[in-house]
Ligand binder design. Structure first.
Ligand SMILES: Nc1ccn([C@H]2C[C@H](O)[C@@H](COP(=O)(O)O)O2)c(=O)n1
Ligand SMILES: [Zn+2]
Length: 190
């Protein structure tokens, strides 16, 4: 063993044993915020589309979440959830509050200026107006399945006019599993 090899061996010996390194399969911020939007969507009573939204400030703090649902006080049992009805008064569309609107109104901060909104579906024109008026500066969406509809085209026209950045989130993982037994398997037993 030459001098350099001896020095290297000694430095290895002096290192503490059993040092753990950080886990590498944690979710990143964007995954966390989009997943939070999707978790909020699980609260929706809409039988056909469950949409969630999550508003995040510049410090990566969540300042509001929301999902599509009936206005407070308008019973989920009494108001309609249908889509194709003879009278528009009998379908959900005239009543339901969109996820984006709820996330913004549910804010737990003074305002949502310069925030980013994560949302499952590209915002409609009505939500686009609320997003603009609230001072949100960025929209991250997962699906743009209504891209051809006038509502979506109008939203993009408004976002472009005011310089709101919007981009599609491409998930790294199709699924993020929440397993309550992760922290303690025993806590699951009766
Ligand atoms: N960006 C969006 C788009 C739609 N929603 C809500 C509004 C309705 O509850 C539902 C759409 O119903 P569908 O026509 O797919 O049966 O999603 C929203 O909250 N945010
Ligand atoms: Zn909307």
């Amino acid at each position: 063993m030459d001098l350099a090899e001896k020095a290297a061996a000694m430095s290895l010996e002096s290192k503490p044993k059993n040092v753990q390194t950080k886990r590498e399969d944690y979710i990143d911020w964007k995954e966390y915020f989009m997943a939070t939007a999707f978790l909020a969507a699980k609260r929706s009573k809409d039988p056909s589309s469950q949409v969630g939204a999550c508003v995040v400030n510049k410090d990566n703090k969540i300042v509001g979440t929301g999902y599509n649902g009936m206005p407070i006080g308008c019973s989920d049992e009494e108001f309609p959830w249908g889509k194709y009805t003879e009278s528009p008064l009998d379908s959900k569309y005239l009543y339901v509050c969109h996820a984006e609107m709820n996330a913004i109104l549910n804010k737990n901060a003074a305002d949502v200026k310069d925030c980013t909104i994560y949302v499952g579906l590209f915002p409609c024109n009505e939500c686009a107006k609320i997003i603009i008026q609230s001072g949100i500066k960025e929209v991250v969406y997962l699906s743009d399945k209504h891209a051809h509809k006038p509502e979506t085209i109008a939203s993009k026209r408004m976002f472009d006019a005011v310089g709101i950045k919007y981009w599609q989130y491409k998930p790294k993982n199709q699924r993020i599993v929440i397993d309550f037994s992760d922290i303690d398997w025993n806590a699951m037993s009766p």
